[in-house]
Design a protein. Sequence first.
Length: 416
Amino acid sequence: MTIIKTSGDSSSDSTAEQLKSKVSASPSSGKTKVAAKPTDSGKNSPSIEEVNVNQNRRSSLLSGQENSADQRSDQAVRPDSLQEYIGQSRLKNMMHMSISAAKSRGEALDHVLFYGPPGLGKTTLARVLANEMQARIHMTSGPSLERPRDIIGLVHQLEEGDVLFIDEIHRLSRVAEELLYPAIEDFVIDLTTGKGQATRTMRLPLPRFTLIGATTKAGMLSNALRDRFGFVCRLEFYDEDELAKIVARTAKILNVSMDDQAVAAIASRARGTPRIANRLVRLVRDFGQYQGAALIDGAIAEAALESYQVDKHGLDMTDRKLLQILIDHYDGGPVGLETLAATIGEDSETVEDVYEPFLIQKGFIQRTARGRMATPFAYQHLNKPVSKRILAELATAEIKQLDIFNKNSLENGSDV
């Protein structure tokens, strides 16, 4: 598989002119032929990692967003085939059938859209599909395709059967998105030349290719773009067994000796996200090497994760601080988002998009019409007694958390 990273830059200013000058109409067939060579990207062009910046990025080792250390390490640990890819079993089976059928017909795979939280393997899966199809993959991102010439320069490089991967595709500009529509659906691109009365429109054919889009915010995609994908696939969070396999595989690739207890300790704290699991493996490896341990056992892994302030539920210091403030300052809630954000010194959008999802998913916070409330699980995790008011509030809630909590408390031998 050949990987080509592409970003929009000033060197593509003349791409449209190059295309127009290389267009010749065949007198016998009446079809348009395009002779094109790939354009060189400028040396100072931002890479896909540089342009794919989320303003609410979490400065934490438990963030699902990719950092520079992840970029260097992921190249070594990324799987190359569907057989090596761990997790997402339903999605893998569907892709395997579609790839086999497309290869038997000698056609390109239908367009694919992957969506889901960051760190679940959307980019890795795109590379795997390109490998399985034995095709080149051109990698770019939505924010780098701002102008029509960026799109033209990109599709200008495509060959028959190639894979075009656009990360953060929901951030495509409206102009770029509309220019992509005929390229995705009919494998043609429309060019306009001249001005005024001399204006002329040309429709240039493109080789059949596969577009793979990835996004963390599928709701921000327009219906017109989403409907043009043959497969729309959501990537789910991984369970602990799948994460344990990923941790063991990464440790083996990195030549780290690790026993089953250490693997389980890391997997249980990875928040269902392979990127975080791989990051924790590297951190535990560094801790073990610093301690001079030839084998990383469960005790060393626990000590390493404690030193990085990651507890057994995968909560870090910021998560615990948010729960602590919610319980101590506001008696468990309900409290408004703006008030809670001001108390912990973050903007409300960051709290809502970055910190809350995992706490809600794990049942530590309940989002109500009146504001955020701490659940009995949050009190238990912080070793605080649950107030009678919170017990009364949750007893009348639609989601009967008290029943679940009381059952777990009895099974674990703990008191509410």
